[in-house]
Design a protein around this ligand. Structure first.
Ligand SMILES: NC(=O)c1ccc[n+]([C@@H]2O[C@H](COP(=O)([O-])OP(=O)(O)OC[C@H]3O[C@@H](n4cnc5c(N)ncnc54)[C@H](OP(=O)(O)O)[C@@H]3O)[C@@H](O)[C@H]2O)c1
Length: 328
């Protein structure tokens, strides 16, 4: 099969992307509890290229040569021992959950076939692959941050009437967070560039702050927000702006501020940062919302498989609206 491969870490991430090679390698064999997926589409998440520098090795150790990519959609080609709830031919999507959780060695999504734990895979019915493939990692992240939690971390419990601010509503995760919070009956505000105002409004934002020219800490000061969901990761957002906007005991939940000092940045608000955990239960719920017409995936650009490096470079630019997809 053809697979994109990285040979080694490189602090210069752009150069690491340039160094990716498309190689012919054996199709992997699914072991206990895993399935082999024939990839139809994959989608890009910032973590794909962030891993290339080596800075995240402690969380997601790479075995080289490694195949990047977390999000995949395609057809089950083969099932491993013990798999009873998926069958050959099932149309599925999943977030592969990181190389560290795959005991069969590196097997990323940017390849003609990949291996996935069955517990991470959701059947997608007749939703087209190009659309659904943007959902898993970004959607699960928004869902866990807003409504549930992971491991022992208690995260958001958004409910009708809550005031929720989403920092970075136009991005991959933000587009899901806007829709999920809005569907739950929350009053949703977000930060975005003026060119994206209509875009985020269409996804449920009731109040939009132009982060280039306005300080959201001033615009929303004293408005007693229940929750801020942070997809950007700026320390000043947590330390300086959030205390002005959140109600007493309000929560600041980040997916992007992993600075160890963040936990102690302020006494006045509850801070949590988390790494999403792939799982079928959360993904199933959102696939069902898509089937019911209550959740959509917005694709910014769809690249052919041969242009995977360009897809990664676009994501690295940080200006995408919704998802960047790769089609095989
Ligand atoms: N912890 C986890 O489990 C987890 C999971 C997923 C993602 N993440 C992290 O979360 C972050 C967001 O991921 P993503 O997939 O949503 O990224 P993304 O799709 O690349 O986000 C791009 C979007 O961010 C907007 N943006 C950039 N700077 C902004 C700012 N200062 N204020 C408001 N909007 C801004 C851009 O809008 P403009 O063009 O208008 O600037 C663009 O629409 C990344 O750092 C990613 O690594 C963490």
């Amino acid at each position: 099969m053809k697979a994109w491969r990285l040979q080694k870490y490189n602090k210069d991430v752009g150069a690491a992307i340039d160094s990716l090679t498309l190689e012919d390698i054996p199709v992997p064999e699914p072991q206990d509890g895993n399935v082999l997926i024939k990839t139809a589409c994959c989608s890009v998440n910032p973590v794909d290229w962030k891993l290339f520098s080596g800075a995240m090795d402690a969380m997601f150790p790479q075995v080289f040569p490694s195949t990047p990519g977390f999000d995949v959609a395609g057809v089950v080609e083969k099932v491993g021992p013990g798999v009873t709830d998926l069958a050959v031919g099932d149309r599925i999507t999943c977030d592969l959950g990181g190389a560290s959780s795959n005991k069969q060695g590196p097997s990323g999504a940017f390849a003609e076939y990949c291996i996935a734990p069955v517990d991470f895979c959701s059947k997608v019915g007749d939703i087209d692959f190009e659309t659904v493939v943007g959902l898993p990692l970004a959607g699960i992240t928004a869902f866990q941050g807003l409504f549930t939690g992971i491991h022992k971390q208690d995260l958001g419990h958004c409910k009708e009437g809550d005031k929720v601010l989403i920092l970075g509503g136009a991005g991959g995760v933000g587009t899901f967070a806007l829709q999920l919070a809005s569907n739950a009956g929350c009053h949703v505000a977000t930060t975005a560039s003026p060119a994206k105002f209509d875009f985020v409004k269409g996804l449920g934002a009731k109040e939009i702050i132009n982060y280039h020219d306005q300080d959201w800490g001033e615009v929303l000061a004293g408005q007693d927000y229940d929750l801020i969901f942070d997809c950007i990761g700026l320390m000043d957002d947590l330390k300086v702006r959030a205390p002005k906007v959140l109600k007493k005991g309000g929560k600041f939940i980040s997916i992007a501020n992993f600075d160890p000092s963040a936990a102690k940045a302020t006494d006045d608000i509850e801070f949590a940062v988390f790494l999403t955990v792939s799982n079928r239960t959360d993904l199933d719920k959102m696939v069902q919302m898509m089937k019911d017409g209550k959740l959509k995936v917005v694709n910014d650009t769809v690249y052919p498989f041969a242009e995977t490096q360009a897809a990664l470079k676009q994501s690295m630019g940080g200006r995408t609206s919704g998802k960047v997809v790769i089609k095989l």
